[in-house]
Design a binder for this molecule. Structure first.
Ligand SMILES: [Zn+2]
Length: 231
């Protein structure tokens, strides 16, 4: 419920405001919002994402009973789960990592890192994540420039945004050093596999346009980070 709420209000207002209907901007009553009711103003039903998040969150909670995350108990894992879930939903819906969530993530992941392995390796992980993602960021920018030159026009969309750099930094704090290297390599491998499948799907359905749809990378970074904890 919290993931849905944060993903509803944060991209709009950047604060913990009352959620409003995306269609007519009428504020939901707390009861209507919690009971997943349609908008009282325009009748718009709550989006599919709301229900998908609820089902996935329940499945993740059940899975955590059998496969605890880094030997933490369920309640200690919950804040991290809500944070990462919110990040994934906002990045998928808006192709965006908010500065506010990044700052919160730096503090949260620092706390988890220190609890799990102490300050030294945690800070080193954050620094490593920052530098690796910065390298990707500049390589991506260079790549866009070259492609743009070849095609004779400017490409505004970059392969790696600054949000990805921020995410690499706080996930580095979470995994520590050298875990973050593995997390990023895994993220790239899963991302590549996903992109190939997506590309084949687009070609087969004849919707393919070269470089037309950049995919959000943060969900893959998070996936890589989670996998590293279970290896
Ligand atoms: Zn409405």
């Amino acid at each position: 419920m919290l993931i849905n709420y944060l993903a509803d209000v944060l991209p709009q207002t950047r604060r913990l405001t009352r959620p409003t209907c995306p269609e007519c901007e009428r504020a939901y009553t707390i009861k209507d919002y919690l009971l997943l009711q349609s908008c009282a103003g325009c009748g718009r039903t709550r989006g599919a994402r709301t229900f998908v998040v609820l089902v996935l969150a329940i499945l993740c909670s059940l899975a955590l009973q059998f496969f605890p995350f880094a030997n933490l108990n369920f309640w200690a894992t919950l804040p991290l789960m809500v944070f990462l879930g919110t990040l994934v939903v906002i990045d998928m819906e808006h192709r965006l990592v908010l500065t506010e969530t990044s700052l919160f993530g730096l503090v949260l992941c620092l706390v988890y890192g220190v609890i799990l392995r102490g300050l030294g390796k945690t800070l080193l992980g954050g620094l490593g994540g920052l530098l690796i993602m910065l390298a990707f960021f500049f390589t991506g920018m260079l790549f866009s420039k070259i492609i743009g030159k070849l095609r004779g026009k400017n490409i505004k969309e970059v392969a790696f945004g600054f949000g990805d750099v921020a995410a690499g930094t706080f996930l580095g704090l979470l995994t520590g050093w050298p875990g973050i290297i593995g997390a990023i390599i895994l993220a790239i491998l899963i991302f590549a596999a996903f992109s190939i499948v997506l590309l084949l799907g687009l070609i087969l359905s004849k919707k393919y346009r070269a470089f037309a749809s950049a995919q959000p990378f943060v969900p893959f970074l998070i996936l890589g980070t989670i996998v590293i904890f279970y290896l």
